[in-house]
Design a protein around this ligand. Structure first.
Ligand code: PEP
Length: 251
């Protein structure tokens, strides 16, 4: 049985004070859902205040990005070592907004995955096709290539602990969620591909999240799909009640 994982991507929203207040409000709601891993991923300047607010809580802290070096002359970047020191246990890697606005390619995503693992940060690796790619029937090619790129030279043992988030770009922040059937189809493909690379046992143990306009009113039908083990939630993770309803999904 895979343990579900619901993560909130707060993107570039909230001040450090607002983030800490949201974390404090969410912590008991996450604690009440003891069978689910719940993670919040605030922007870098919020990590310290949110981390402090979450000390000792079951609600976990994640970052939205890292630079794949322990330290160095990389102005404006943050290393996995720093993120761990701030209390992070997870890190979103390869989000489509980073691929789109910061030109991140699969090889760079792979370097970040390796750096996260080196520092015991659990990567949440994001993959997904654009609308144009879907319309050209390239979804499986694109998702397959992103998956292969991200998992290059990653062992089965390492892969077992990685979370993959399938996030169709056309569904992110648009209100157009993939139907449960569309999402399941791609999740099944991802698990099949992981199984070919790492064997069925590892693939069956790996957790796959769906992301893209997940809301209180669609989370149950998405989570009812056999290969959907969680959600990566953007907009709806910024409000206590909507995120609390999402982590209280029913199957
Ligand atoms: C995201 O940022 O990963 C995301 C899925 O956003 P939203 O839920 O707002 O579509």
């Amino acid at each position: 049985m895979r343990r579900p994982i619901i993560a909130g991507n707060w993107k570039m929203y909230l001040t450090p004070e607002e983030g800490a207040a949201l974390a404090v409000a969410l912590a008991p709601r996450a604690a009440a859902r003891a069978d689910v891993d719940v993670v919040v991923c605030p922007a870098m300047p919020l990590l310290e205040s949110v981390g402090r607010a979450l000390a000792g809580a079951s609600l976990k802290l994640g970052a939205q990005n890292l630079y794949p070096m322990a330290e160095g002359a990389f102005t404006g970047e943050a290393s996995p070592k720093m993120l761990v020191a701030l209390g992070c246990e997870y890190c979103i890697i390869g989000h489509s907004e980073r691929r789109q606005y910061f030109a991140e390619k699969n090889a760079f995503v792979n370097a970040k995955v390796k750096a996260a693992l080196e520092f015991d940060l659990t990567p949440i690796v994001c993959i997904g096709e654009t609308l144009e790619e879907r319309e050209k029937k390239l979804t499986f090619d694109v998702v397959g290539a992103q998956l292969e790129g991200a998992f290059e030279q990653i062992s089965a043992e390492q892969a077992a602990g990685i979370v993959v988030a399938y996030e169709p770009v056309w569904a992110i922040g648009t209100g157009h969620t993939a139907t449960p059937e569309q999402a399941q189809e791609v999740h099944a493909f991802i698990r099949l591909k992981l199984g070919r690379k790492y064997g069925d046992k590892t693939a069956q143990a790996m957790r796959l999240q769906y992301g893209g306009s997940v809301k209180p009113d669609n989370v149950d039908s998405l989570m009812a799909q056999p290969d959907i083990d969680g959600a990566l939630v953007g907009g709806a993770s910024l409000k206590v009640d909507s995120f609390a309803r999402i982590l209280n999904f029913k199957r």
